[in-house]
Design a protein around this ligand. Structure first.
Ligand code: ITT
Length: 200
């Protein structure tokens, strides 16, 4: 039988990141009855995989098993071309235990400066995984948006690395853009388009 998600289905959004939870709720547009992993008090699994796809699946499966609900997980991050794709899956970890993204962005700037700052190309990736409870099936898709890094960062909207990322073809950083404008073109929105095509 083909995997389907019925409108109105109860879904646990398996993230403890409020920025992501907010964007996912906006992108999902009231299609589902959402509850977050935080609201259910679900533990945060250790992200032991080395790919976005692997970690998204791991988080979705853990939440589906712990909650008995269908789970949607997001694993995402910033990749910098001149840094061979770093921080990539380690994007959250570059912010340290205090989740200090000022520190993480300074680290990116310092490493990029050491390369001579000639190539500032970067991209965000988002893997979205849906898992069904009781060791059931799972599905995973990936979206990407390309852009350039600029320093100092600009804008207080969004979250994480948004102030230093300007999507190709635009003038504003993700940190300066209206939330709806980011949600119309982000890696997360692009991944959700693929999920919709596969599941809805
Ligand atoms: P969960 O695992 O609980 O979902 P997390 O923040 O640990 O939360 P990730 O492991 O997927 O999630 O880390 C992704 C990091 O990449 C995230 O903390 C952000 O700093 C960054 N990131 C992802 N999407 C982003 C976006 O749209 N804008 C800015 N930064 C983003």
């Amino acid at each position: 039988m083909a995997l389907k998600l019925e409108p109105g289905a109860r879904l646990v959004v398996a993230t403890h990141n409020p920025g992501k939870a907010r964007e996912l709720a906006a992108i999902l547009e009231n299609r589902f009855d959402l509850v977050t992993a935080g609201e259910l008090g679900l533990p945060e699994p250790e992200e032991t995989e080395t790919t976005f796809v692997g970690n998204a699946l791991l988080k979705a499966r853990a939440a589906a098993q712990a909650s008995g609900l269908i789970a949607l997980a997001d694993d995402s991050g910033l990749s910098v071309a001149a840094l061979d794709g770093a921080p990539g899956v380690y994007s959250a970890r570059w912010a340290g235990p205090d989740k200090d993204f000022g520190l993480a962005m300074a680290k990116v700037e310092e490493r990029l400066q050491a390369t001579g700052l000639e190539d500032c190309a970067a991209w965000f990736t988002c893997a979205l995984a849906v898992a069904w409870p009781h060791e059931g099936p799972a599905l995973v898709v990936e979206g990407r948006v390309d852009g350039q890094l600029t320093f100092p960062g600009r804008g207080r909207r969004g979250f994480g690395y948004d102030p230093i990322f300007t999507p190709d073809g635009g003038a504003l950083t993700f940190g300066e853009m209206e939330p709806a404008a980011k949600d119309a073109m982000s890696h997360r929105a692009r991944a959700f388009e693929k999920l919709k095509a596969a599941l809805l």
